[in-house]
Design a protein. Structure first.
Lengths: 281, 164
């Protein structure tokens, strides 16, 4: 059995595991917008050229000493990155069922998104993870205690949004010793830590090997325009494929919900895959 | 640096901005800058990501004689600015001196990549972008990013962030 484990795709709305590539320089303050020039009707000197893709310190140029302009040329928009990398899981049969987080606590309700929201928690539906988890020739391997950690923020104006976030998962992996291919449970855990996608792994046990695993945080940054329709937010990230998610604003809490429809025995039910909770800043 | 930081106050050196004015209207001045920036920066041991939305309110004062078109009044000049997508609001009043209160339209910024630190210097390598360098200081739950002019050693801008 390979020692690479885990395919966790929590690719909910806004590219939860994405790596973006954004604006240009990150050191210049207010240098991005081109100075106003070529203005309409002979102005007194373009006082502003904004809209540049500022970086860490940049603000989208606030000044412009050009003559007779009304505004500076907009800077180039930062491009966004590719979708997050899914972990590579080996094939096989899914784990056994069990109880876990269902993320059903909040339903889509819509609301006013404008403002800045700090991510405070992430609920990952354990059943969803289990369904996507398999280890070849080890059908008894199970995933439990799935937890998510997310930090960062998402800001909405009336028409635009920007999000930067860090996301990691923790979970317990349990598997019988015959799945270890003759190595000890502890050694197996050591192998897991060699994976770049695993931040920490600690395994113990004899007949049954139990591993506490935390994935390496993945960062994402994305911005673009958005619209809402009822309880759905539709995002048009710059340079990326449009996406949508359900959401609910409850007082100072924002829930961004990845909801899927499941058809079983002819009946359709809704299931929340992930619930990203953010607090108004 | 490791952690998540929310953007807080931003201080801009007005004199630096005014030094960049061209000779076409030397009496023009920018003042009363108020930068509003929300969002966050996230740092792991090797990577970073940031997203923010910022707008700038400021006063732009200049002699009406600087307006090239004599038919354009100070108020009309403000109206022309307000009609552009760059400004959320623009209002100009005055006769001899034209005083404009301007607020730029909020603009979004995103960036991510890898970074290193060396002493008090943060070096960023944004994915697909140009590497950048900025001075920084972490004091308790506060991160200060300083944009220092390499020639004059003047601090052009200071961005304060609070640990989330």
């Amino acid at each position: 059995m390979k020692r690479t484990v885990l395919a966790f795709v929590v690719a909910g709305a806004f590219g939860a595991a994405a790596v973006g590539c954004g604006g240009s320089s990150s050191s210049d303050a207010g240098h991005d917008g081109a100075a106003g020039n070529g203005g309409r009707g002979g102005g007194a000197g373009g006082p502003a050229g904004r809209g540049g893709s500022s970086g860490t310190m940049g603000l989208g140029g606030t000044t412009g000493g050009g003559s007779a302009g009304t505004s500076g040329a907009a800077g180039t928009a930062g491009t966004t990155g590719t979708a997050g990398t899914a972990g590579t899981g080996t094939t096989g049969r899914g784990g056994t069922s069990g109880s876990g987080a269902t993320c059903d606590g909040s339903a889509p309700c819509g609301g006013d998104l404008v403002g800045t929201w700090n991510f405070v928690s992430l609920c990952v539906n354990e059943a969803v993870i289990r369904e996507g988890f398999t280890i070849q020739d080890c059908p008894e391997a199970t995933i439990t205690n799935v937890g998510g950690t997310q930090t960062g923020s998402i800001t909405f104006t009336a028409t635009e949004y920007a999000v930067a976030a860090s996301l990691s998962l923790s979970y317990t992996l349990t598997l019988p010793d015959y799945c270890l291919n003759g190595v000890t449970c502890d050694y197996f855990g050591g192998g897991l830590t060699q994976s770049a996608s695993i931040q920490s792994a600690s395994c113990a046990g004899d007949a049954t090997c139990v591993c506490q695993i935390v994935t390496t945080p993945s960062l994402s940054a994305e911005s673009g325009t958005y619209t809402t329709s009822g309880s759905t937010v539709n995002v048009m990230p710059t340079g990326r494929t449009p996406d949508s998610a359900s959401y609910c604003v409850e007082s100072d809490r924002l829930h961004i919900l990845d909801v899927e429809t499941i058809t079983s025995m002819g009946a359709m039910t809704m299931r929340t895959r992930t619930d990203r909770v953010a607090q108004r800043q | 640096m490791v952690g998540t930081w929310n953007f807080g106050s931003y201080c801009l050196d007005e004199s630096f901005i005014n030094d960049t004015l061209t000779a076409s209207c030397p009496a023009a001045r920018f003042s009363n800058f108020n930068v509003t920036r929300t969002g966050s920066m996230v740092f792991t041991a090797t990577d970073y990501a940031t997203a923010s939305i910022a707008s700038v309110a400021f006063t732009y004062t200049f002699p009406q004689s600087c307006i090239v078109d004599p038919s354009l009044t100070c108020g009309a000049f403000g109206d022309s600015l307000a009609g552009t997508p760059d400004y959320q609001s623009a209002s100009c009043t005055g006769s001899t001196m034209c005083i404009c209160q301007l607020v730029t339209t909020p603009s979004t910024t995103t960036e991510s990549g890898t970074y290193t630190t060396s002493g008090g210097t943060l070096n960023t390598m944004p994915t697909g972008g140009t590497p950048g360098t900025v001075s920084y200081c972490v004091q308790g739950d506060r991160l200060t990013l300083l944009d220092i002019d390499a020639t004059t050693m003047r601090t052009r801008a200071t961005q304060v962030l609070q640990r989330q």
